[in-house]
Design a protein around this ligand. Structure first.
Ligand code: NAD
Length: 481
């Protein structure tokens, strides 16, 4: 049984209520998580408010850097426990935990520990005439925004939690973290590490979990919260934005995607097989995966053959097996939704590989890697975020057509461009309405690089200086010049 963290104490939900944490690979419970009530969330918010308003946390930069380094060291010390949780609770293939799901993201905390002291929190603007004709010097203070409600999804659970916690703490905020109901231990474990391995004061970090996703609404609607930092689906993001309007609470929204992988007609197609198959990593449950493959008509058959071979080589498997990259999807509801969209795809396009549940994995929430070709750019499977191991292949006529199809989406999270001419690929990248673009396999995911979406993929940025600024307010002080 894991614990909530509220006001510096690891404790259970009021009344001792719990719910089962289900392993998606076995459909069996791995243990319990606290099932918070509205009253528990209320105390967590009150604690975060109190710690922000009535302690030195928000002003003591050196102490925050010290605490963040302790947090980073604690994560390293508990790395194998965290790996186990990711695999058991979220079905993340263990092979992927050796990359961005765990091993390569732990040192990210160092970036924020440095920002706690090295960021330009005070900027002087020298004395000169203001608009009122009065000569004045000005100081711009970047102050912590206050109490952060961090609400996270299951697919990239642990990194999302670590990123939000670290950035908020570095900025001097206090925080209430609410992980997804499907991945509660990715949050509670961090609470335990904070209590047992850091000097972070009581109330600065609070972790609440619950079976009802609407627990998040309690945080969103509370006027004591200054920033809602949300990662999740576009539908929930819209609802949060509407609720936040009542208190004019600031929101940062990292939402869904339907990203395009644009293969230009001079690309080295056979070398792209692994990259194309990568869309099925973690069963396709990645917001920025390039789930639309745009192939030039002149090389369409060749491209389909490469994609077909790549998909036929993929097999679902037990996430504890180090050779597996396609594990289960999160839960039965997700699997049914994905299968419904696959059925829609069978009416709209040509099914080339997969198309159902793998008969070789009778237990667990598995979906076969599924490839559709000849997909119309306006088809449902080309427009909706499926969030499963499904790729839609779309032919295009020329570069302008490719750009038009890539941008034909309500989303704008990410994209990839492949060409033997990097200059030409960058030209296409500049025309894409997305927050990130990877060229010829290059990777944009890094702590110092802003990540986020255009259009309905979000509002604001995560990571990088832009992401850090989401946790700050600007205050301008004028002094006689
Ligand atoms: P989700 O939107 O269903 O849930 C996300 C979180 O919001 C969960 O903690 C959930 O309990 C909570 N929630 C649900 N309803 C709420 C409400 N009314 N008020 C407040 N909180 C509420 O998303 P999910 O299914 O957990 O995750 C998958 C989605 O997340 C996909 O759409 C994916 O693209 C997106 N995602 C985006 C990014 C990004 O950085 N852009 C990263 C990872 C995942």
């Amino acid at each position: 049984m894991t614990s909530l963290l509220i006001n510096g104490v690891l404790r259970q939900a009021a009344g001792g209520r719990t719910y089962q944490n289900i392993n998606p690979a076995t459909e069996a419970s791995i243990g319990e998580a606290p099932d918070c009530s509205r009253a528990d969330a209320d105390i967590a918010i009150a604690s975060a408010r109190e710690a922000f308003d009535n302690s030195t946390w928000s002003r003591d930069h050196e102490f925050r850097a010290h605490c963040l380094r302790q947090f980073r060291d604690g994560l390293y010390a508990e790395q194998e426990e965290l790996r186990n949780i990711l695999v058991q609770e979220a079905g993340v293939p263990v092979a992927l935990t050796h990359s961005i799901w765990l091993d390569t993201m732990l040192d990210a905390v160092s970036y924020w520990a440095d920002l706690a002291t090295n960021y330009p929190y005070e900027v002087q603007i020298s004395a000169r005439d203001t608009l009122a004709g009065v000569t004045s010097a000005r100081t711009v203070l970047r102050e912590p925004i206050g109490v952060v409600a961090a609400i996270t999804p299951w697919n990239y659970s642990l990194p999302s939690n670590v990123f939000k916690l670290s950035a908020a703490l570095a900025a001097g905020c206090t925080i209430v973290l609410k992980p997804s109901p499907d991945t509660p231990w990715s949050g509670t474990e961090l609470g335990r590490i904070i209590v047992e391995r850091t000097d972070i004061p009581a109330g600065v970090v609070n972790v609440v979990t619950g079976a009802d996703p609407l627990l998040g609404e309690v945080l969103v609607q509370d006027p004591r919260v200054d920033l809602i930092h949300f990662t999740g689906s576009t539908g929930v993001g819209k609802r949060i934005m509407a609720s936040a309007a009542d208190n004019v609470t600031r929101v940062c929204l990292e939402l869904g995607g339907k990203s395009a992988n644009v293969i230009l007609d001079d690309a080295d197609l056979p070398s792209l097989a692994a990259q194309i198959a990568g869309v099925c990593a973690h069963a396709g449950q990645g917001c920025a995966l390039t789930t639309r493959l745009l192939l030039p008509r002149s090389r369409y058959d060749e491209g389909v053959a490469v994609a077909k071979a790549a998909f036929e080589a993929l097999r679902c498997g037990d996430p504890t097996d180090p050779d597996v990259i396609v594990g289960p999807v999160m839960n039965a509801r997700q699997r049914e939704r994905i299968l419904r969209l696959i059925d829609k795809g069978k009416q709209e396009a040509r099914l080339v590989v997969g198309g159902g549940r793998p008969d070789y994995m009778p237990v667990g929430y598995y979906v076969e890697p599924t490839l559709f070709c000849d997909v119309d750019p306006d088809a449902v499977i080309a427009q909706e975020e499926i969030f499963g191991p499904v790729l839609a292949v779309i032919p295009y006529e020329n570069d302008d057509d490719a750009v038009r199809i890539a941008n034909n989406s309500v989303f704008g999270l990410s994209a990839a461009v492949h060409s033997s001419d990097t200059h030409r690929a960058v030209g296409v990248a500049r025309r894409l309405r997305t927050g990130t673009v990877g060229i010829n396999g290059a990777v944009w995911l890094a702590v110092d690089t802003p990540f986020g979406g255009y259009k309905q993929s979000g509002l604001g940025r995560d990571l990088g200086a832009e992401g850090f600024a989401e946790f700050l307010e600007a205050k301008s002080i004028a002094l006689p010049g």
